[in-house]
Design a protein. Structure first.
Length: 150
């Protein structure tokens, strides 16, 4: 009987964690991703097309993956969530690769790199480490560490 109660307690805790009670929710994920994309330091690195519009930005779902349907916008365009095969089909793509993305009740940490892929080679442009804090219902970036690489 004691073992059954322990198993049920573990199951209950795992259920709470997986539903976001202790961690991130889809809404929080989108909000923190959006704040990362909106950072002025990040925006200044994004390339423009010849007509002055921003080039398509992708997030490579590798290392850290985000759920399909995660809707992030930049300058009115949706940021595409892609896998490696999809990225290979894009000519000279700009993409984010996250190595860290953690959200707790009111804190979030993200680590990512902005890459430009030309031909078979990926050129790392900048690395970011971001810390965010939730104030009531909104997320706010409280610390940014950025290193321009190329």
């Amino acid at each position: 009987m004691k073992n059954l109660i322990r198993i049920l307690n573990v199951f209950f805790l795992l259920t709470l964690i997986s539903t976001g009670v202790f961690g991130q929710t889809e809404k929080d994920t989108v909000a923190v991703l959006q704040k990362c994309i909106e950072m002025k330091d990040f925006q200044q690195l994004l390339p423009l097309n010849s007509d002055g519009t921003r080039k398509q930005l992708n997030i490579l779902n590798h290392g850290v993956s985000f759920p399909a349907g995660t809707n992030i916008l930049i300058a009115g365009s949706t940021v595409a969530l892609v896998d490696r095969a999809q990225l290979e089909k894009v000519t000279n793509p700009y993409y984010l690769l996250f190595w860290d993305f953690r959200i707790s009740q009111n804190r979030a940490n993200a680590g990512f790199v902005l890459n430009n892929k030309t031909g078979k080679e990926a050129i790392e442009m900048a690395r970011f480490i971001v810390e965010a804090e939730k104030n009531a219902t909104d997320w706010e970036i409280i610390d940014i560490k950025m290193v321009k690489v190329h």
